[in-house]
Design a protein around this ligand. Structure first.
Ligand SMILES: *[C@@H]1O[C@H](CO)[C@@H](O)[C@H](O)[C@H]1NC(C)=O
Ligand SMILES: *[C@@H]1O[C@H](CO)[C@@H](O)[C@H](O)[C@H]1NC(C)=O
Length: 321
């Protein structure tokens, strides 16, 4: 009798532990699959063609751009909506932190137009922030201070809201980037040669040459010259990538897509004030490229330092000469 109930108890224990492990596996399964299977889902839901278009968005015509919003987005949406809840992509806490970034460098959210703008320092960021203020009717004078510019940042959103935004194609995700050699040169001219900025940023006197600056930034880290690849790599499949030389057509295509294009914004973009604000950023550095990159050495260093940027954003590694 004693032995029998002992057996009964251990049988019950086995049953219970089986049941508990079943529950655990089911509960943690979605988390477990993040690391392994997420890429598969991303690839399944977005066709290779669409991925290519994400990367070439800056060079395609307006017509292609618009049709991309049509059938392909629709397609993506359909794929996502037939996934069971278990298959809905998630983000790890580390990925979320990486997406949100901190304080002043967090991406900008425009709820009115369902837009997340992943901006980069020294890649037309003043232009974009002013434009994002303008389309929301914000009159704030301050552009860069998150406490005073009136803009909404991703750090202000809840984690589950961010996941929805990232994987729901009714939200437009945009990354705007600049060719690394051009961006580094612009940083050199604006910060590297400026004794006060160099003291603040790197605790040293101004540099004397571009090559000296390139060597310095290997050790002196700053957002103005850090890599523009800031998102977890797999998420670039959901983003539109705009590049500096196409800033005008990209602006029109983007605002058209989100429904913010019109006479008012056109007037604003053509206003003398706006033109003068953005022109130095858009062109003065690129005019100097040939002058400053007159050998292959500094360009080779940059190709290596910014290998991720060249890879993810498909910049051309052709020498300037
Ligand atoms: C995407 O967002 C829209 C609007 O909020 C919603 O109706 C739709 O169900 C969402 N799609 C998915 C797949 O969550
Ligand atoms: C390259 O440019 C630098 C800086 O403008 C200049 O000092 C140097 O003499 C130039 N070298 C050649 C080979 O033109």
């Amino acid at each position: 009798m004693q032995r029998l109930s002992g057996r009964k108890v251990s049988f019950c224990t086995i049953l219970c532990s089986l049941f508990i492990s079943f529950i655990c596996v089911n509960h943690f399964y979605p988390t477990m699959r993040i690391s392994g299977n997420i890429n598969k889902i991303v690839y399944n839901s977005v066709t290779e063609k669409a991925v290519e278009k994400y990367f070439t968005v800056s060079t395609i015509s307006k017509d292609t751009f618009v049709s991309f919003n049509g059938p392909v987005s629709h397609n993506t949406g359909k794929h996502i909506s037939i996934l069971s809840p278990k298959d809905v992509p998630r983000l790890t806490n580390q990925e979320l932190r990486q997406i949100k970034r901190s304080g002043t460098s967090s991406p900008i959210v425009v709820r009115k137009y369902k837009l997340i703008f992943f901006w980069n320092e020294k890649a037309g960021c003043t232009y974009w922030k002013r434009l994002l203020q303008f389309i929301q009717g914000l009159k704030n004078k301050d552009v860069h201070d998150p406490g005073r510019n009136g803009l909404t940042y991703l750090t202000q959103c809840k984690d589950n809201e961010i996941i929805d935004m990232m994987f729901n194609d009714t939200w437009t995700k945009v990354v705007f980037v600049r060719e690394p050699r051009e961006r580094v040169l612009s940083a050199f001219l604006e910060k590297g040669l400026n004794p006060a900025r160099m003291r603040d940023m790197c605790g040293r006197p101004a540099v004397k040459s571009l090559l000296e600056f390139i060597t310095l930034i290997k050790t002196c880290k700053d957002v103005h010259w850090s890599s523009q690849v800031k998102l977890p790599r797999h998420l670039y499949k959901y983003t539109w990538i705009g590049k500096m030389p196409d800033i005008n057509t990209f602006t029109e295509n983007l605002l058209t897509k989100i429904g913010a294009w019109g006479a008012t914004v056109k007037d604003y973009l053509h206003s003398k004030e706006q033109f003068e604000r953005t022109r130095p950023h858009a062109t003065s550095a690129s005019e100097k490229l040939l002058q400053y990159y007159n050998d292959t050495k500094s360009q080779d260093i940059i190709f290596k330092m910014y290998a991720d940027d060249y890879d993810v954003f498909k910049f051309d590694k052709k020498y300037f000469n």
